[in-house]
Design a protein around this ligand. Structure first.
Ligand SMILES: *[C@@H]1O[C@H](CO)[C@@H](O)[C@H](O)[C@H]1NC(C)=O
Ligand SMILES: *[C@@H]1O[C@H](CO)[C@@H](O)[C@H](O)[C@H]1NC(C)=O
Ligand SMILES: *[C@@H]1O[C@H](CO)[C@@H](O)[C@H](O)[C@H]1NC(C)=O
Ligand SMILES: *[C@@H]1O[C@H](CO)[C@@H](O)[C@H](O)[C@H]1NC(C)=O
Ligand SMILES: *[C@@H]1O[C@H](CO)[C@@H](O)[C@H](O)[C@H]1NC(C)=O
Length: 315
């Protein structure tokens, strides 16, 4: 019987200086995915990632990853490279998968997913190791070669989120697995997701996201911002030479406001809109080519109705 314990919440925010340096580095839209993956990920590595006591739920319910939260035993997962694998649970009942007795860098757990050519997929997973801090990469073995879908430094007392993606240059099965050069550590994983996000074609050079950058998606609860999905999608667009127009900072349709916004006083609304502007624009400075500032303000008037016809948010 193997027993796992997890220490108290460790919330690691990256150095502000690193964040600012990252912020100033625009995506290299011309680089190919293979050449740019590790560099882009090393830039982004620490930028917004926190190390958490419990992982979040998988994005998009796991997308094409089966049994992403390990709530159905090891269903869908196999051992790779001679590693032993098992499903286990934390003290507070969160299930996850562990690979141990790893004798190869690729000794881990794997799962087959079906992909379609020219689709861009976002990928994320929450990772932890039992000792040290170790870099772990997510890799897809495809019919025509290996595709790196991102990497992260996993820590030993909390869960770190790997955010990445890949473009499928094939149609068919691909085998997802995790890889770490240090074979003496156990790899733990939970909440993997892989989901088709954009279709690439010769003509696609610019795009906007449908809902992922809207306020209602980024701050569903007052004061709790979550940019993990637009971060993954932006990574991805950047690696594939697709420019992104930011959409949108505000949306004037009253039915698509974060619920909590409607009950704010004018003064608090003004403060909240100011914070929204600086939060999203600072985060994506240099990464989007422009912004839709107030969407659909010709036939809607959520903000104008609240503080008059000369609505100009503080910034
Ligand atoms: C992927 O995400 C979209 C939303 O962008 C969703 O509609 C779709 O069902 C997801 N795909 C899978 C396989 O879960
Ligand atoms: C892998 O290494 C462990 C020791 O680290 C050993 O006990 C085990 O037999 C090895 N497994 C294989 C398949 O070589
Ligand atoms: C892992 O990295 C974190 C953050 O950089 C650091 O605080 C911690 O001491 C490291 N742990 C080990 C075992 O190296
Ligand atoms: C697909 O990408 C892989 C990894 O970059 C590469 O090795 C392979 O040659 C590519 N296949 C095709 C058909 O372009
Ligand atoms: C691998 O991890 C072990 C601890 O699990 C550590 O003692 C060792 O120094 C690490 N090796 C490398 C090359 O980082």
């Amino acid at each position: 019987m193997r027993v796992y314990t997890e220490s108290n919440t460790v919330l690691l925010l990256c150095f502000l200086a690193l964040g600012l340096a990252v912020d100033a580095v625009p995506y290299d839209y011309t680089a190919s995915i293979e050449a740019s993956t590790s560099r882009i990920f090393s830039y982004l590595l620490c930028f917004f990632v926190q190390c958490l006591k419990n992982p979040h739920k998988p994005q998009y319910g796991g997308g094409i990853i089966k049994n992403p939260e390990l709530n159905e035993g090891l269903k869908g997962w196999s051992s790779l490279g001679g590693a032993k694998i098992e499903q286990t649970a934390s003290q507070d009942g969160n299930n996850f998968i562990v690979a141990y007795d790893r004798n190869q860098s690729w000794g881990s757990f794997s799962q087959i997913a079906q992909m379609e050519k020219d689709n861009l997929y976002t990928f994320s997973a929450w990772l932890q190791v039992n000792e040290e801090n170790v870099s772990i990469a997510a890799v897809f073995k495809t019919p025509t070669g290996f595709k790196n879908a991102g990497s992260v430094i996993a820590e030993c007392s909390c869960w770190s989120m790997l955010k990445g993606g890949l473009t499928a240059n094939f149609s068919g099965p691909a085998e997802l697995y995790f890889e770490s050069d240090n074979t003496s550590v156990e790899i733990w994983a939970d909440s993997s997701h892989c989901n088709h996000s954009l279709k690439k074609n010769g003509a696609l050079t610019m795009t906007t996201f449908e809902n992922e950058m809207k306020w209602i998606s980024n701050e569903p609860n007052h004061g709790q911002e979550d940019y993990s999905i637009p971060d993954s999608m932006l990574n991805f667009a950047g690696q594939n030479g697709i420019a992104v127009r930011g959409h949108n900072i505000f949306w004037d349709d009253p039915s698509f406001q974060p619920g909590w916004l409607k009950s704010l006083s004018i003064k608090d609304l003004r403060a909240a809109t100011g914070k929204r502007i600086s939060s999203i624009m600072t985060r994506y400075r240099g990464k989007v080519i422009g912004w839709d500032v107030v969407n659909e303000n010709m036939h809607n008037s959520f903000f104008e109705q609240r503080w008059g016809p000369h609505f100009t948010p503080d910034s």
